[in-house]
Design a protein around this ligand. Sequence first.
Ligand code: NAP
Length: 286
Amino acid sequence: MGDIIDGKALAERIFTDVKLEVAKLATAPRLVAVAVGDDKASAAYTKRQAKLAQSCGILYRLDNLPSEAPESALRAHLETLNRDPGVSAVILQTPLPRSFDLVRCRDAIALGKDVEGVTTLAAGRLAMQKAVIAPCTAEAALHCLRAAIPDLRGLEVAVVGRSDIVGKPLALLLIHESATVTVCHRQTRDLAEVLRRADAIIAAAGSAGLVRAEMVKAGAVVVDVGTNAVTAPDGSTKLVGDVDFEAVKERARAITPVPGGVGQVTVAMLMRNAVRLARAAAETCT
Ligand code: NAP
């Protein structure tokens, strides 16, 4: 059986570093989350953000716009935060109302305050290896992989998923680490064949059970980004990843569990990014 990559332990180490970095700053970073409406999952996530920010010495505030607020009000609010010198980082919660243009809303966040690296400018900077931070989930997946394989040079990595906030930035981060990357998606002709030749698989598809044991090379490292709520026969729901964990752990050299894997590290990366942006802003001012 392969090693279980412990996301909680990895996150704890990041939190320790974040606290030390916050203590070195003249002013504590202030992270503002902006939400529209009252999505339950988003509310649970902001509650968790608030708790962890506080434990790291990061000031945190949630600005919750009413569900009937128009897109223009959201963008105006983000622009106000951009101008506020007391705010160092902004996170835009999803989902937004269906009628909103997500990219246009994200792009209303100033590059220097874009704590999740979701703006078009941040994506361009990441591609050019000029970014201060990268999208938190992509960073978290990379961190988990490096916990098992510190040197990624030459490694054959298959990424399942090509979304703007996970698959694509992850592929860029891996390329910058000199890995050889194959990005898979729904049009990939033979997913199993691509996965079987990979030294490492990072699954970020949002499809429970997509990666099965026979698709994994013996000794490969498997990082599961997927979070899928599935209903058990007794009606209860549980969170699972994209990987058939029980079977794949018997073949893999190391694997992340869901929950307790990438998700734990993602929120730690959010705090790390908040500190990095605050430090970059302070350096620009001096
Ligand atoms: P997304 O925007 O829906 O993108 C999913 C990607 O996976 C797409 O590129 C899609 O291909 C590909 N895909 C879906 N089913 C596939 C299949 N059967 N075969 C091959 N490719 C397939 O999702 P996302 O925002 O990137 O998130 C991905 C997963 O990560 C979700 O489960 C999400 O909940 C989870 N997530 C976890 C964290 C965390 O902290 N753990 C954070 C963010 C997201 P096409 O492009 O061809 O449609």
